[in-house]
Design a binder for this molecule. Sequence first.
Ligand code: ATP
Ligand code: MG
Length: 155
Amino acid sequence: DHIEVVRITPFVVQTVKRMEALHPDFAFELDLPEQGCLVKINPLHFEQILLIILDNAIKYSEDDKRINIRSRAERRMVSIVVQDHGIGIPSEELQYVFDRFYRVDKARSREIGGTGLGLSIARNLVQHYQGDIQMISVENEGTRVDVHFPDQQEG
Ligand code: ATP
Ligand code: MG
């Protein structure tokens, strides 16, 4: 397991740049600390988590194609928040989206495509590093994903 101390800000910037190139119709708005927080993690795992969340934000957005990404250091944890303004998730379904193969609205998701595994993989990875992942969503307004990792203090 190739665990490294990953500096969040440049890593997120680099990953978002690649997503931007693939999805030029989207506007990614970044709010990241200049110094950049540090997280001890396999960088491939961190990238995978980010890509799963960004892929969802893109897939489940319609007209409003702004995606906000921010990060903060807060009380020994680092937060990474991805907010979209897409179709959202009905409140009664929100509790199931981390389940393997679960997809909201079978007909709708069949059109969009996917296996329903992304978020369960993301949650397993996050928890492997003593982190947590939470979702808040309002149908037809958008979805926000909050990821927290223990802050690897500098020095
Ligand atoms: P996969 O990621 O495996 O290709 P998927 O996107 O369907 O397929 P998950 O990423 O696990 O699977 O997400 C589960 C379900 O949660 C999705 O099918 C979708 O209904 C809902 N969902 C996830 N993220 C969002 C989001 N940002 N906005 C609206 N719905 C979402
Ligand atoms: Mg997905």
